[in-house]
Write a protein that binds this ligand. Sequence first.
Ligand code: A3P
Length: 313
Amino acid sequence: MVNILEVVHDESLPKENWWGKNCVCQINDFWFLPKFLPSTIRVLNEFKPLPNDVILASFPKTGTTWLKSLVFSIVNRSSKESLVKHNPHDLVPTLEVQVFGTTHQSSSITTHDESHSTRLYSTHIPYQLLGNTFHSSNCRVIYITRNPKDTLVSMWHFTNKWKDADQDGPWHLEEAIEKFCSGVFPGGPYYDHVMGFRKASLEKPKNIFSITYEELMKDTKIHVKRLAEFLGCPFMNDEEVDEIVKNCSFDILSSYEVNKSGDFPSWFQVPYNSFFRQGVVGDHKNYLDAKTIERIDALTRDKFHGAGFMYGI
Ligand code: A3P
């Protein structure tokens, strides 16, 4: 077990090739992009959540952008104007990217008592590493997950849109499948990430809310209402809910100039438009052959179903 407080340089950590010239470093069984290692360690050592904080947690490519737009809208109610002007990732900053990713602590993270206001953050850091931080306050956590095959395919597309992907790649799908199955993936292993939050949400349902991309897609309205109740701000009328569901839908959000833009944010090497691709359930069927599907399903049966979580196939 690595002592997080002692990890300052990544040289001492296990390292694996991930894609092209990109490697990932391991802290306590989870893999991270070296670029985000110092900020991840800062989050683990320095982030002190306030009781009213809401943290949106996820494995990459499982619906984080959508969840950000929905929760921002639930908390702020009239959010349309903000969503037209800003990509959801600029409305809800990621702890290890925008918030602790700069040398100086971001102004959005304050330590004085703001207990009356709700601060929204997101993270991809696994529960196994961040759990103690969450429980140091009474903050609320919302975890979204997505079936492994769609997550893998979404990540494969996304990574091939990185700046300099031409020089590093292309990242072949076969290679992405191998890395996903072996767990050597930013934030991975995927199955451990999901199970960490899932178990925590069963143990502490008042503080940790868990939802899947597929549930949200099937009946967005019901789950937006459940989210609002969890956050302690239930809706008074259905029209408000309908408005939020519409404003955060894939078609509406992806039509805004800010989300169609090929510009790169200051905080990551992908254009804003790469956060919106298809936004459907089951797109993996267009990319993975029957043998690969069976291989990932066998893994899912072992890791999820074997632990009583009947999900992901
Ligand atoms: P696809 O690549 O399958 O289309 P994340 O936000 O965690 O990076 O996940 C990205 C995935 O969520 C992408 O999936 C993206 O298209 C999808 N997505 C983004 N906004 C969405 C929305 N408003 N509704 C549904 N899916 C959305």
